[in-house]
Design a protein around this ligand. Structure first.
Ligand SMILES: Nc1ncnc2c1ncn2[C@@H]1O[C@H](COP(=O)(O)OP(=O)(O)O)[C@@H](O)[C@H]1O
Ligand SMILES: [Mg+2]
Length: 280
């Protein structure tokens, strides 16, 4: 039976719904017993015969923060399009845990089952306040089951507070989103994604266009999210990637496939990587 909330009731938190819930790595219903949250296997995407992805294989472990680097046109955004159901591969497999075949799901279902994506440009509601933006994001979270008369309970307010702190917008919640700096809008959008409690977060060039100070704070933010979500970050900014990759695996894409994988220092020293990156 579907539970319907009455107008003067607020959503009651269930087990595991603590205010720290944005920190959930995986929720029930997703089988990750083999350790990976995402498996891409031999994915090929052709645009009129041109292979934007060419037998790309890659997997992300539960709780991993994986950086993907690679020159322009390497296929990084196309890979995110495949994972989110925006583009169908012409061949290959894409699995979310062992449970969901992403090649057969709609974009809506994929988002609903816990893959959150941040596009390059911020898409916040400029005419609304920071707080309202986060509130709206929460209301579209299907797990909260809001009604027309949905009201925020203390649990939800606590969660918004927590996210405001994380995204460095505490004290700015009454400002119109349209008045924020570019970097602040990007953080707000990350906050909106976190309100949806994604299990896998995809960030496409999150620091593009940010000031150096904003870039440094974004690195801090991602370091705080480490281990609380599985995260894939596509980025050009090498200094930024070094800050968040630490000793973890970095993947280099080139011509639609994995060119190299390893620690940042290893891939940066790899001759093939230097060649494609510097265009020599
Ligand atoms: N819808 C499309 N139609 C035709 N070609 C495309 C389309 N989307 C991407 N491409 C091409 O696929 C390649 C990979 O693009 P993209 O995934 O955006 O690379 P990246 O994000 O690594 O810069 C590029 O050569 C790009 O021009
Ligand atoms: Mg791109």
């Amino acid at each position: 039976m579907t539970e319907v909330l009455q107008p003067d009731q607020h959503y009651e938190a269930g087990p595991g719904d603590a205010a720290t819930d944005y920190g959930r790595v995986k929720r029930e219903g997703l089988d990750t017993t083999h350790g990976a949250i995402l498996y891409l296997e031999d994915i090929t995407v052709s645009f009129d015969g041109f292979k934007a992805l060419n037998k790309l294989s890659l997997d992300i472990s539960v709780g991993e923060l994986r950086c993907i680097i690679g020159p322009n046109g390497a296929g990084k955004t196309t890979m995110m399009d495949v994972i989110t159901g925006k583009t169908r591969p012409s061949s290959g497999n894409a699995w979310f845990g062992q449970t969901y075949d992403l090649t057969r799901m709609t974009e809506y279902d994929i988002a609903h089952h816990g893959i959150g994506r941040k596009f390059q440009r911020p898409t916040v509601f400029e005419q609304h306040t920071v707080f309202e933006n986060l509130e709206m994001a929460m209301k579209t979270n299907k797990r909260v089951r809001p009604t027309l008369f949905f009201r925020l309970g203390s649990e939800q307010k606590g969660k918004i507070e927590e996210i405001l702190k994380l995204i460095r917008l505490q004290g700015q919640e009454r400002r119109l989103a349209g008045l924020l700096s570019h970097g602040q809008k990007q953080w707000l959008e990350i906050g909106m994604l976190l309100m949806q409690e994604p299990q896998l977060l995809l960030l496409d060039e999150p620091v593009a266009g940010m000031s150096d100070a904003e870039t440094a704070r974004t690195a801090e933010l991602l370091n705080e999210l480490r281990g609380k979500h599985s995260i894939m970050v596509v980025e050009h900014d090498m200094a930024f990637v070094t800050e968040i990759a630490l000793d973890n695996k970095v993947t280099v894409l080139h011509e639609g496939a994995v060119l190299a994988e390893g620690r940042m220092q290893q891939v940066q020293a790899d001759e093939r990587v230097i060649e494609v990156y510097l265009g020599r």
